[in-house]
Design a protein around this ligand. Structure first.
Ligand SMILES: *Cc1c(COP(=O)(O)O)cnc(C)c1O
Length: 333
């Protein structure tokens, strides 16, 4: 599989001699897309094989019906979560039953994300915001195992070593990826960023754009993910050029917070994006992650932050969330 790349022409970039290519992970599959597939891949394999290196290798383009022995996947997420959406769809595709532990109260009718998840066969359960804080605790996991039987637990957002491992494969699937100087990606947990960092070649750099307020807190967490990975024997593409940074100024007030500036930018960018190569469909950004990262990148380009650079911007998908966000926006605006 070679991943789709789109080269765009953007006025500010042309002025500063910056070349922008976009890695369209939003196009890899209609339902299981973006970075979420990469974070799920080895977790699903581990659930089926009892090890991520087992005999069954999962391929999104050739979903096999594997009918695993009674195992269910259980995972955690917010009510609009891209991870919940992708896990439900992947479970349906590969015939693995899924359970979603959702943060907060049950609402009726279900929002578009949860309605989809349920339609894919995911069983939904709700944890109060207080109880949800225990999502990584061993005690809660033991209780869940006692309740649901044979389950494989994937942490929120697919944030574990299997998630990192899948993300180390992203750049390798990009044609001529060593030609890019700087790779930019939006960060929630930083799992995707960690995987990309672990697949770099010399002279390449990755910049992460946290969408949460106070994103500096991710630095030690990402460092930990990287060091844990380096301590394993898992595959390491690239040449261990661990060259990365976080730019924490483009959170727009915090997770899922947006303002008029961001909305205007998103519309402008989608309109101005001139399609130069390959991909025929226009581009949409999501509100939560990619709009903020693209806004940050364009702002930095204007400041001359990337002179004569070839940039690869990772479109991590997340477009399913726009439905729910538009419903919310119509109430505020
Ligand atoms: C989940 C998500 C991210 C964040 O990925 P992390 O690995 O948690 O940093 C970025 N973009 C989109 C569209 C996402 O859905």
């Amino acid at each position: 599989m070679e991943l789709p790349i789109q080269t765009i022409s953007y006025p500010d970039a042309d002025k500063h001699k910056v070349k922008i290519s976009i890695l369209r992970l939003d196009l890899i599959h209609p339902l299981v897309n973006g970075n979420k597939w990469f974070k799920l891949k080895y977790n699903l394999q581990a659930a089926i094989n009892n090890s991520s290196d087992g005999i069954i290798q999962l391929d999104l383009s050739q979903p096999v019906n594997i009918s695993p022995s009674q195992i269910k996947i259980l995972t955690f997420g917010g009510a609009y979560s891209n991870h919940i959406y992708a896990t439900a769809a992947a479970g349906n595709l590969f015939n693995i039953p899924t359970i979603g532990m959702i943060r907060g109260e049950e609402n009726s009718p279900l929002n578009p994300t949860l309605e989809f998840a349920q339609a894919q066969g995911m069983e939904l359960f709700y944890l109060s915001r207080e109880a949800y804080k225990q999502r990584n605790s061993i005690t809660l996991h033991q209780e869940l195992k006692a309740k649901f039987g044979n389950i494989y637990i994937i942490p929120e957002g697919g944030c574990n070593q299997n998630g990192v491992r899948g993300c180390t494969e992203i750049l390798n699937l990009v044609h001529d990826y060593q030609a890019f100087d700087v790779i930019c990606v939006a960060c929630g947990t930083g799992t995707t960023l960690a995987g990309i960092i672990l697949s770099l070649y010399q002279n390449q750099r990755v910049i992460g754009f946290p969408v949460l307020k106070g994103g500096e807190f991710l630095k030690p967490e990402i460092t930990k993910l990287i060091n844990q990975y380096l301590a394993t024997n898992l595959p390491l593409p690239g040449d261990r050029s661990v060259n990365w940074d976080l730019v924490c100024d483009y959170h727009f007030g915090g997770y899922a917070r947006i303002n008029k500036n961001l909305l205007t930018f998103k519309q402008e960018f989608e309109r101005l994006t001139v399609i130069e190569s390959g991909i025929k469909s226009g581009m949409e950004l999501d509100y939560i992650y990619t709009s903020k990262m693209f806004y940050g990148v364009v702002d930095l380009i204007k400041q001359g932050y990337f002179p004569n650079c070839r940039l690869l911007l990772v479109h991590t998908g997340g477009l399913q969330g726009n439905k729910g966000m538009k419903q919310k926006l119509s109430k505020i605006l």
